[in-house]
Design a protein around this ligand. Structure first.
Ligand code: DGJ
Length: 737
């Protein structure tokens, strides 16, 4: 069993070949953190690891033990108000208004496998793959219990954690804060890595040296958001992409979140993550329970790439589900940037026909097919086909597209309603907002109150009605504005702060019902691009639209950052027109495809308007991707160059290390520049690889140590070579001999 309990010092050791996680029951009955990192040998007691610092002038728990002060002990799930003045992991407000609790160890259980989290997405694994340790703690005075669960995966450097609160007492209690995990580190010698951005420039990597005090990222928008991702990593300052220690933290949740690192005056770093306590409260009546979302903890001693591999493998194998879990993703063509709202059945069929000729596998009809929707001002909520635009209806159009030899997919924005719609006319009270106060607009639409099960039910039936009638194989689930004036008319006053969490539970409920009813449908999540790209949604929708920004150059930074946590098979990436619609930048078709290959791959342009030469190039791109998508979507992804030398580079290596696709991208031409070579990673040093593009056969050892020379020509050097000018890219397709 990878979980050992040592009765002597009441310590727990969770371990596998790669990691160890050790904690203990402290003398006050609470849990103390001892060690988390690279695998260490088990021993009969870990008592010696319990370092207690007497905080001079600090409060101590026992009159006769000045060393036992919660300010100086590393804890597993800290509380506020009894000696520790840092931000706590949880807080309850009791019937008398007090907030002091004392949850102490009662018992524990160890079981193979991993129970599901009711109503919430979570990682999963069979009895041979994961072991669960559940610790029960109780506050006897109020009859409340807490179960902190740890799950260790057999073959991954991963532990996941979650907490359940139960009220078995006589009085109701208010849960004011319930984070999913906390981790106290001995020191602060770290950099914090985070992914931030905005619409059209999501998930850029930012790194900052940890400083004394609190540093955090969060969302209070009702969605995980474009602005920060529910992820942070602590990396040793010397750690690189391929070496050094990195601790990654990710939250399997799509709503408001907080991820923070607090460095105290003794240089202890406390990392915590979970539902954002701001705008959160949950009333627990007698018999009620509250389940937190799951936090994922990854340890890597092989740098950021090592951390990413653990996240990617976990999410691919133990988070994504259903028939699409291990299926390569269809190459799709989406009509959004080709037509926007301006299409007819005929123009759609023309695009689909041409797409089929080029090798596309799935046609996706985006926004504008329903109600009276010819712009973004009306009809959200009215999920009935607009027969003026599509006389054959969705069923008829779908059959025609199927007859062309393509699968068919459809766009929805289930959580929204326009004021100009039948749904709003019938149910204005279904919109989120405080009665009698103004409602803010966003893209001319309101957010439906998904905290109200009746609303979720209505949308479920409306969508089921469309999906059940036609042979739909893909759904793009969009979400284009955040929540303002948070309030549900269906909740009593003392439960209004439950709203945001209940909203996201409603979203999960709808996803759950639709994915159960339509297991063959591939769901792609979207929120104005990457505004809700998080592990919570990957559980239901195994791919997400990475960004509305389809510009090849912008996508380098976006996909680079996204890959820190999310596997390539989950990253929607399309070739779009040049000049690009978001940046007006002109880039060659080759570079656009070379970037989009590293994801699910597809097109988002009007293929009927292409010159023949361009169409032939697209055909070749599609053929290339079909041949190599296995390596890209199932292999290990290595980031090689982060753009700081004027180059981006990355590669995907098959799990058996026999095939690889390596790419580099030069953004701006530099005159008279230095020679550059890129060192590969993840290859077998004992194998030789033949490169399809340059005909060379090179050793894996050479490629990883000497590297591959980049064919960069200096601008102004007389026009030799093919790599002149801005925005160029190269692929190296490597096959072991
Ligand atoms: C925002 C999405 O990100 C786009 O791809 C597109 O689907 C539009 N919404 C449609 O309104």
């Amino acid at each position: 069993m990878p979980v050992i309990f040592h009765p002597k010092d009441r310590s727990f050791h969770l371990y596998n070949d790669q990691i160890s996680y050790v904690f203990t029951v402290l003398k006050n009955g609470q849990l103390g953190q001892l060690y988390y990192g690279k695998r260490i040998a088990d021993r009969s007691s870990f008592e010696h690891m319990l370092v207690m610092r007497s905080c001079v002038m600090g409060p101590c728990t026992y009159r006769d033990d000045p060393n036992f002060t919660l300010e100086g002990i590393k804890q597993e799930y800290p509380a506020y108000g009894t000696g520790d003045f840092r931000d706590p992991a949880y807080q309850l407000r009791l019937a008398d208004g007090s907030r002091i609790t004392n949850f102490v160890y009662v018992s524990h259980s160890i079981q193979k496998g991993k129970p599901t989290l009711k109503g919430l997405p979570a990682t999963y694994g069979g009895e041979e793959e994961v072991t669960t340790l559940a610790i029960r703690l109780q506050d006897e005075k109020i009859g409340c219990e807490m179960e902190i669960s740890y799950h260790i995966f057999e073959n991954l450097p991963v532990i996941t954690r979650d907490v359940r609160f139960e009220n078995h007492g006589q009085q109701p209690v208010m849960l004011e804060r319930a984070l999913s995990a906390a981790m106290d580190f001995y020191d602060a010698d770290f950099e914090m890595v985070q992914l931030d951005g905005a619409w059209s420039r999501e998930r850029h990597v930012h790194t900052r040296r940890l400083q004394s005090g609190i540093q955090n990222i969060s969302s209070a928008r009702g969605a995980s958001g474009h602005f920060h991702n529910p992820f942070l990593a602590l990396k040793r300052c010397s750690a690189t992409e391929n070496s050094g220690e990195v601790y990654g933290f990710s939250l399997v949740y799509s709503g408001n979140f907080l991820a923070q690192a607090e460095v105290d005056v003794y240089d202890v770093t406390r990392v915590m993550l979970g539902i954002h306590p701001f705008e959160f409260e949950w009333k627990l009546q007698t018999g009620d329970s509250f389940q937190t979302p799951e936090a994922v903890l990854v340890y890597s001693d092989q740098g950021l790439n090592g951390m990413s591999h653990a996240f990617h493998d976990l999410f691919r194998e133990h988070l994504m589900r259903g028939v699409w879990k291990n299926r390569t993703r269809p190459i799709l063509l989406n009509n959004w940037e080709a037509t926007y709202f301006d299409f007819t059945e005929e123009s759609i069929l023309n695009i689909a026909k041409k797409a089929k000729e080029l090798g596309v596998e799935l046609f996706v009809l985006d926004d504008g097919w329903f109600g009276q929707r010819n712009d973004d001002k009306s009809s959200l909520g009215d999920w009935n086909v607009n027969t003026q635009k599509i006389p054959s209806g969705i069923e008829g159009l779908c059959s025609k597209i199927n007859e062309l030899g393509l699968d068919f997919g459809l766009w929805f924005e289930p959580e929204m309603v326009n004021e100009i719609s039948e749904l709003y006319k019938a149910h204005p009270e279904w919109v989120i907002g405080v009665p009698g106060r103004d409602h803010s607009y966003g893209r001319n639409q309101y957010v439906l109150d998904f905290a109200n099960p009746e609303v979720v039910d209505h949308i479920y039936h409306a969508m089921k009605n469309v999906l059940g009638k036609a042979n739909i194989r893909y759904v793009k689930w969009d979400m284009n504005r955040n929540i303002t004036e948070a309030y549900s008319t269906t909740l009593p006053a003392d439960r209004q702060k439950e709203f945001f969490h209940r909203y996201i539970l409603g979203v999960y409920d709808l996803y759950d019902r639709l994915t159960t009813d339509f297991p063959q449908i591939l769901f792609e999540s979207c929120a104005s691009g990457g505004g809700r790209f998080d592990p919570g949604l990957l559980y239901y929708a195994p791919q997400g639209w990475t960004s509305d920004d389809t510009d090849a150059v912008e996508r380098l930074a976006i996909q680079y950052g996204t890959s820190l946590v999310y596997p390539l098979i989950s990253m929607g990436s399309h070739v779009s027109a040049s000049p690009n619609h978001q940046t007006s930048r002109q880039t060659p078709l080759k570079m656009r495809a070379d970037v989009a290959y590293f994801g699910t791959f597809g097109y988002e342009l009007d293929v009927t308007r292409m010159e023949d030469e361009e169409a032939q190039a697209v055909k070749k791109q599609i053929t290339y991707f079909k041949e190599h998508r296995d390596v890209i979507q199932y292999g290990d992804f290595y980031r090689l160059e982060d753009g700081s030398r004027g180059l981006y580079s990355w590669m995907a290596v098959s799990k058996d290390r026999k095939k690889a696709v390596m790419a580099y991208y030069k953004v701006m031409a530099v005159p008279n520049t230095s020679l550059k070579k890129i060192r590969a990673a993840g290859l077998d040093p004992d194998l030789c690889y033949h490169c399809e593009e340059n005909g060379l056969t090179l050793g894996g050892d050479e490629l990883m140590n000497f590297g591959m020379l980049c064919e960069i020509e200096a601008a102004g050097s007389g026009g030799c070579g093919t790599d002149q000018g801005d925005f160029t890219s190269h692929l190296f397709t490597l096959n072991a001999k």
